[in-house]
Design a protein around this ligand. Structure first.
Ligand SMILES: C[S@@+](CC[C@H](N)C(=O)[O-])C[C@H]1O[C@@H](n2cnc3c(N)ncnc32)[C@H](O)[C@@H]1O
Length: 203
């Protein structure tokens, strides 16, 4: 291969090469800083915490709110949940397309997680073993927080908790106002910024 052919091949590879997840995440953050809530995807410490706290019975599925570039979808899959039993909800069109590209067998639901009961197949209502919230709840308006919490309790089994990660040391949700009880399940410095995983159930 001569020098000119080599240059053409490199250019072609650059065009065909997928941009890294962190770059896509940053671009989507620049477009929608409030819905994204963070400048970069979750890291390995948070992925480990998520894996350790997954519950999924034999007839259950796992649902993620806010798939982003799939960092926590990966944690769910690495936790042993088969792709077909993972549902990730993503409001951003570009990110939903990206998720479909990297996880073709995962169920990517493009839309607003507040409508989860209409997005899931009816047979899965009450069969959501783990529901993981990856939204920037702490910066969302109180009314939206309440709508998201109501939507969660419409699909998880009675008495089950849901998971929520946050960068804030204190509860990102006003437990009294939302009728919740919550526990800090763990925290990790191996994330940027350091993150906490909370579990919430009805008070
Ligand atoms: C902080 S990012 C988390 C991404 C990923 N889970 C991670 O940990 O790297 C929040 C994601 O939630 C999505 N999102 C925000 N509001 C949403 C909503 N109402 N329904 C579904 N997805 C939403 C954003 O587009 C963004 O991808």
């Amino acid at each position: 291969m001569n020098r000119s052919e080599l240059t053409t091949a490199i250019k072609k590879r650059k065009v065909g090469k997928k941009p890294p997840a962190a770059w896509i995440f940053l671009q989507r953050w620049a477009a929608n800083p409030v819905t994204m809530g963070s400048v970069c995807p979750s890291g390995p410490g948070l992925q480990k915490l998520v894996r350790e706290n997954l519950i999924c019975g034999p007839d259950e599925v796992v649902v993620e709110f806010g798939g982003g570039t799939g960092a926590l979808t990966k944690a769910i899959l690495d936790g042993g949940i088969p792709d077909e039993r993972v549902y990730t909800v993503e409001i951003d069109t570009k990110l939903a397309g990206y998720l479909r590209g990297i996880y073709p067998r995962v169920n990517v639901l493009h839309g607003d997680c507040r409508h989860i009961d209409r997005m899931l197949p009816p047979s899965l209502i009450g069969k959501v073993g783990t529901l993981l919230v990856g939204l920037p709840m702490v910066i969302l308006p109180k009314r939206m927080q309440a709508e998201i919490v109501d939507a969660i309790f419409r699909v998880i089994p009675e008495g089950r908790r849901f998971l929520l990660f946050t960068y804030s040391f204190t509860s990102p949700l006003d437990m009294k106002a939302l009728g919740l009880k919550g526990t800090r399940l763990g925290w990790t410095p191996v994330n940027f910024p350091p993150a906490y995983l909370w579990g919430y159930s009805r008070a």
